[in-house]
Design a binder for this molecule. Structure first.
Ligand code: ZN
Length: 414
């Protein structure tokens, strides 16, 4: 952030920035409308035919476009249709959670080509964690294809602009770790990171359940409870990148103490550890949420009451979110959603029954379309969106830093 200048003063754009903006406008239109002709692009973006030709020449020079002849015959000749070159190279998306590292290698269109998952313990040293990350990524990268960028989704709080992991709760010694710079230097490509739920929200917006919605809320239900809000195609961050901490909204004012210092946070009532604590207190024979669901189906009254209580708290939290944000779509993801097949439908009914009629009338509540891949594919989408925002800068070859110099402990803890 630029210091010493009130943020409310709008800044003008000089010519090179206007050009970069226009290139970005063309790329965004291409991504949404492809395959599309040059005249179609001009019409969609409001740019002149000459500007479009100039921009597409620039993108062709970066090998970002493919041309196909249109099947529609027009007077004189068939127009050529343009699409993004999905074979331009590979992109890596990483989900780093408290228990696993899940990595996806995708093409430039976000189509997964390979996946790799390894157990990960956040409480082991940062140095070992970084070594594992590098190892898994290196194993998945195809040496025959250009690597264009890396995206990482990790529990917040993060500083997404600087690519720094600030210190997620229950994440061992991971404090102020410049993860994006470290991985980027090691692999010689740009790297970006974001909060895991925000990454998943972005993934659902680009490749999943929210492809046709510009305002959507993704809620992740697992060992923690998080969310990501997409407004007008962008992730909403708030002043301190803490927007979306739905897990720490107060649902029960006299409820259990939360590690954030507050009482009765949603996370203390519906996170998987909170549910399993209740299961143990009641002496139920269940090791995980899927076991609990089997007991519910078998007619176990205690198990049913545990699940019913979770649904009540969750629906209250979603009603609050609907009233705060008025999203067109709520996407539910995470292990709890996959373990309880009736969760999404039950919550959708409860939310419609509880929120203002006119607000909830059109809201859709659906299950994540990307499932276990949501955060890693979201990280892919984040990387691709950054590359498309500044293709000249992002696709410039960078020198690879020798193994010994990259991500040394000194670099990880400046
Ligand atoms: Zn809390």
């Amino acid at each position: 952030m630029k210091q010493g200048r009130p943020r409310s003063i709008r800044q003008g754009r000089n010519l090179p920035e206007v050009r970069a903006d226009n290139l970005n406008v063309v790329l965004e239109a291409l991504q949404k409308l492809q395959p599309i002709s040059r005249s179609g692009l001009a019409e969609a973006t409001g740019l002149t035919a000459a500007t479009i030709t100039h921009m597409t020449d620039e993108l062709e020079a970066l090998d970002l476009l493919v041309e196909t002849p249109s099947s529609e015959r027009q007077v004189g000749r068939r127009p050529t249709l343009l699409s993004l070159n999905h074979a331009r190279g590979q992109v890596i998306g990483v989900e780093l959670s408290r228990s696993i590292v899940h990595v996806i290698r995708s093409d430039f269109g976000g189509r997964p080509l390979a996946r790799l998952e390894r157990p990960f313990r956040a409480t082991t040293s940062v140095k070992k964690g970084l070594a594992l990350l590098r190892e898994v990524i290196a194993e998945l990268v195809d040496p025959g294809l250009p690597l264009l960028g890396i995206g990482v989704g990790i529990p917040g709080p993060v500083d997404s602009e600087r690519g720094v992991v600030l210190g997620p709760p229950n994440f061992g010694g991971w404090r102020d770790v410049p993860l994006a710079a470290g991985l980027g230097e090691h692999f010689g490509v740009p790297c970006w990171l974001d909060d895991d739920a925000k990454a998943a929200a972005f993934g659902e917006r680009w490749y999943g359940a929210g492809r046709h919605e510009e305002t959507l809320l993704y809620v992740s239900l697992r060992s923690g409870v998080g969310s990501g809000l997409i407004v007008g195609d962008r992730v909403y961050r708030g002043a301190h990148e803490l927007a979306g901490e739905i897990g720490h909204t107060t649902i029960h004012v006299d409820g259990p103490l939360c590690e954030c210092g507050n009482r009765g946070c949603l996370e203390t009532l519906v996170s998987i550890p909170a549910i399993m604590q209740e299961v143990r207190r009641l002496g139920l024979d269940a090791e995980n949420p899927a076991d609990l669901h089997r007991l519910v189906l078998a007619g176990d009254r205690k198990a049913q009451s545990v699940q019913e209580r979770v649904y009540t708290y969750l629906s209250a939290a979603l009603v609050n979110a609907v009233n705060h944000y008025d999203p067109a779509l709520i996407v539910l993801g995470g292990q709890l959603v996959r373990s309880w097949p009736d969760l999404t439908e039950t919550l959708a009914e409860k939310v419609k029954g509880r929120s203002f009629g006119y607000l909830s009338k059109d809201i859709r509540i659906v299950e994540s379309a990307l499932g276990r891949d949501a955060t890693a594919l979201g990280a892919v989408a984040i990387a691709i969106s950054h590359i498309l925002r500044d293709p000249q800068g992002a696709l410039k070859p960078k020198p690879t830093v020798p193994e010994s110099a990259a991500l040394s402990p000194a670099a990880a803890h400046p």
